[in-house]
Design a protein around this ligand. Structure first.
Ligand SMILES: Nc1ncnc2c1ncn2[C@@H]1O[C@H](COP(=O)(O)OP(=O)(O)OP(=O)(O)O)[C@@H](O)[C@H]1O
Ligand SMILES: [Mg+2]
Length: 461
């Protein structure tokens, strides 16, 4: 494998504790707990459960500490130890053997929340047994240990909280990598990557490498074009659930950034669904306050092009709305489509008809579609909807060769009146109608020329 092909998350994996950015509390707890073991004492809790969002240094910190404190490490992934029999055989054996050479042996069980109590029946119970009987330190990691099924395990462990990395911490990490790779990078580009990463250093480093290796430099233009498509998107119903039912701020933020919905529509969805889930007036106030601020930030980001502000938009829409609820109660009302979206769907045929009419008239009146929509159609509507004089409307319809649908759009409830008047004119002056059909245009230019004749007809008659 050539040097450039090595994934940077491996090449730049922290080697020493100092290389791990942030997580100071976690460092202190893990080091002092392991120091006990190194001195031959067994701490009160024989296992640690490290939890927090993905890519924040849980696994790599354990590895770095093990190296510095001279511990051996047996690292297992959920797929290696999920079954009851594996746990007894592999983990159980390791947990009861004294290491020969080093200070101790750390058993690192990554992603314990990958054990599914239904599919891997008895797995969690076997793990609990192993922890009770271990003579070696056991460290587990999880993204979300708060499910009921992990309660017994939680009680047996000392919990160690890992924080989402801040944008500046991630920028510093990315900058360091660019410096050692001697890659040109723009600060703004690193900020963009960091803000999209949701505090996940692994995701940020992967994005950085994708752009840097593909293009030899990291500029804001490249990053904007490339970085967005990386994530798996989730549909709107899951997005809403993950925001309203989030246990942790990062989960709510992730729901926002991974939603397939664009941020503006997501704001509308939240706007209409907050009162379906929250009932306490103060909760409602806090949720709407956060959403209002998100809206302001989003328009600032769009106007100024300062896309770093998006990070605040995510914080306000996700955790802001999610943590607004302080009361226990969450309503069971089902989510609903935002009224705005329903309205737009209902109005769609109308909008299309208006478009068609504007296009049709633009050849005859020689004005732009938008001028016609804003300045001509409203007056025509007044004329067409006047029940006392449908003849003027009928003449206009004849002169501009309007279809039935166009007349209906303009005349609304007065349509029948106008059509009747139109039929009457056609019967009374068939030669004019013939002239009109002969004039049915073939080419745009011909139409334009004839448009004035249409008007002449209307004025003279
Ligand atoms: N705090 C950090 N400081 C420096 N680099 C980090 C940090 N956190 C993550 N990284 C980078 O991200 C990579 C993945 O980190 P790690 O495997 O420790 O994450 P994790 O928290 O265990 O994630 P998961 O929950 O997905 O297992 C590391 O190889 C390293 O390059
Ligand atoms: Mg890990």
């Amino acid at each position: 494998m050539s040097e450039r092909k090595i994934p940077w998350i491996i090449k730049y994996r922290p080697k020493r504790v100092d290389d791990v950015i942030g997580q100071d509390e976690a460092k202190k707890t893990i080091i002092s707990w392991l120091t006990e073991w190194a001195k031959g004492r067994i701490p009160y809790k024989k296992a640690l459960l490290l939890y927090g969002p993905p890519g924040v240094g849980k696994t790599s910190l354990v590895e770095a500490i093990a190296r510095e404190l001279n511990f051996d490490i047996l690292e297992l992934n959920a797929s290696d130890y999920r079954r009851k029999s594996d746990i007894r055989r592999i983990v159980g054996t390791a947990a009861t053997k004294k290491p020969l050479l080093k200070k101790g042996l750390i058993i690192l069980l990554d992603e314990v929340d990958g054990i599914d109590p239904r599919a891997d029946e008895g797995g969690l119970e076997a793990l609990v047994d192993v922890i009770k009987n271990t003579i070696n330190p056991i460290i587990m990691t999880a993204n979300d240990p708060w499910k009921e099924q992990f309660r017994v395990l939680r009680e047996l462990c000392e919990l160690v909280d890992f924080k989402e990395l801040t944008e500046n911490q991630i920028i510093a990490l990315l900058q360091k990598i660019c410096d050692s790779e001697k890659i040109y990078c723009e600060r703004e580009a690193l900020r963009w990557i960091a803000s999209r990463s949701m505090g996940d250093a692994r995701a940020a480093i992967n994005d950085l490498q994708a752009v840097a290796e593909g293009y030899g430099k990291v500029t804001i233009g490249l990053v904007r074009a490339i970085v967005r498509g990386r994530e798996k998107t989730i549909n709107i119903w899951r997005t809403l659930n993950e925001i309203f039912y989030a246990n942790q701020a990062w989960a709510a933020k992730k729901a926002v950034t991974q939603s397939e919905e664009d941020y503006e529509s997501l704001i509308r969805w939240l706007n209409d669904n907050i009162p379906k889930k929250y009932s306490d007036p103060l909760d409602l106030f806090r949720a709407y306050d956060a959403l209002a601020r998100a809206t302001v930030m989003l328009s600032r980001a769009k106007i100024s092009g300062e896309w770093g502000l998006l990070s605040y938009v995510f914080d306000l829409m996700g955790p802001g709305v999610s943590l607004a609820r302080r009361s226990e109660e969450i309503l069971k009302t089902r989510y609903g489509f935002p009224d705005w979206i329903r309205l737009m769907a209902q109005l769609k045929p109308m909008r299309e008809e208006r478009e068609k009419l504007a296009e049709h008239l633009s050849y005859r009146i020689l004005a732009s579609k938008s001028t016609i929509m804003n300045e001509v159609i409203p007056y025509m509507m007044l004329i067409f909807r006047n029940p006392s004089d449908p003849v003027i409307a009928a003449r206009l319809a004849l002169g501009y060769n309007l279809s039935k649908d166009m007349i209906k759009y303009l005349a609304g409830d007065n349509t029948e009146n106008v059509i009747r008047a139109l039929e009457k004119i056609k019967r009374a002056r068939p030669e004019e109608v013939g002239k009109e059909t002969k004039r049915e245009p073939e080419k745009r230019e011909a139409r334009k020329e004839k448009s004035s004749k249409g008007l002449d007809y209307f004025i003279k008659s």
